[in-house]
Ligand binder design. Structure first.
Ligand SMILES: NC(=O)c1ccc[n+]([C@@H]2O[C@H](COP(=O)([O-])OP(=O)(O)OC[C@H]3O[C@@H](n4cnc5c(N)ncnc54)[C@H](OP(=O)(O)O)[C@@H]3O)[C@@H](O)[C@H]2O)c1
Length: 321
């Protein structure tokens, strides 16, 4: 029997089609942003990494709801293209681009100072920007580049904007983690690129675990302030997230993803749910799955003593930079 016989066989074709439709149905999730009538007029939102992928669709949704939206991006060219597209599609001219490189603590401080000087309020902060598959690279602050971008940078940014979020309450912080956090490990020497295995998504998984741990601890510290902090898994989403992986892995990801993964628009849903839905009003310190349900994160992410330690060490490391 040849390969053509196998792949053209009706049983093969039928089961592939069935699998495709089951996956499509499951991708839809339980909450539909277009049926949510919440308006964000008079509200200000920041979305990091809003020039592509999931972040662009989160920002577009906020703009369509009438928010003043700040796209926090590192590339002027890519950010400007997204700014034009979001303004055009939403009809909202209150969308702005501010440059920030989340792997640089200096750049984050400059960005945060500008926000504190120019903005009267901040109601939504979405820590979306992220990177995966980078080889060993140490930032000019002496930090592992993936840790700086995915955990320590967003951690510093959130803390610098915290007073503004508090004075604008009710306000919400949403941090994009990943289901891969369950494979993550905590070792604080990782922050400086020590004892890390740079293979596929190993470093990424560790950073995504810190996202959930520190978001939970932040939520605990914010009790009574009417500022909520939650982390989300967006699903497996066909974006540029694999851009630093070997070509073959990118090719396989894109090929399978074309049929079975979420689109960036679908991947934005769980974050939008956390950031705007009435159903998530007042909910804090939770981890949301890609279908918008609250699920338990990994045991390490639920260890409150570890969370206190992680938060304090992350604070100590970033405050010096
Ligand atoms: N896609 C998935 O399957 C998946 C699954 C689980 C979790 N997530 C999480 O979802 C979030 C969004 O990912 P995505 O899939 O939309 O990825 P993406 O398409 O690669 O977009 C990532 C965004 O982050 C920005 N970014 C990266 N490094 C930055 C830096 N140093 N400073 C500022 N911005 C930076 C990128 O900017 P440039 O375009 O300039 O590089 C881009 O805008 C990430 O946190 C990711 O971990 C994704």
């Amino acid at each position: 029997m040849s390969w053509t016989d196998i792949f053209c066989h009706p049983v093969w074709a039928f089961s592939t089609a069935l699998l495709y439709f089951v996956v499509r149905l499951q991708r839809r999730g339980r909450w539909n942003p277009s049926e949510c009538t919440v308006k964000l007029t008079g509200k200000t939102a920041i979305v990091t990494g809003a020039n592509t992928g999931i972040g662009k669709f989160i920002a577009l949704d906020f703009a369509r709801r009438g928010a003043r939206v700040i796209l926090a991006c590192r590339s002027e060219a890519r950010g400007t293209a997204a700014l034009r597209e979001i303004r055009e599609k939403s009809g909202n001219s209150e969308v702005y681009l501010h440059l920030v490189d989340l792997s640089s603590m200096d750049s984050i401080r400059t960005f945060a100072n500008r926000i504190l000087e120019e903005e009267k309020a901040l109601h939504i902060l979405v820590n979306n920007a992220g990177v995966s598959g980078l080889p060993k690279q140490i930032s000019k602050d002496g930090l592992d580049m993936t840790f700086a971008t995915n955990h320590l940078g967003p951690f510093l940014l959130t803390n610098l904007l915290l007073d503004l979020l508090k004075s604008s309450a009710p306000s919400r912080i949403v941090t994009l983690s990943s289901v891969n956090h369950v494979k993550g490990e905590v070792d604080f020497s990782h922050f400086h690129g020590e004892n890390l295995t740079y293979r596929l998504d190993k470093v990424y998984n560790n950073t995504k675990l810190h996202n959930v741990i520190c978001t939970n601890e932040l939520a605990r510290r914010l009790k009574g302030t009417d500022v909520t902090a939650n982390s989300v898994h967006p699903g497996v989403v066909l974006t540029e997230v694999m851009r630093h992986y070997p070509f073959l892995i990118q090719f396989i990801f894109n090929l399978i993803g074309f049929f079975f993964f979420k689109s960036p628009e679908e991947g934005a849903v769980s974050s939008i749910y956390c950031a705007v839905a009435e159903e998530t009003d007042g909910i804090t310190g939770k981890y949301f799955d890609s279908d918008c349900s609250i699920v338990l994160p990994s045991p390490l992410a639920r260890d409150s003593a570890l969370a206190v330690k992680d938060f304090e060490i992350s604070e100590r490391v970033t405050s010096k930079l």
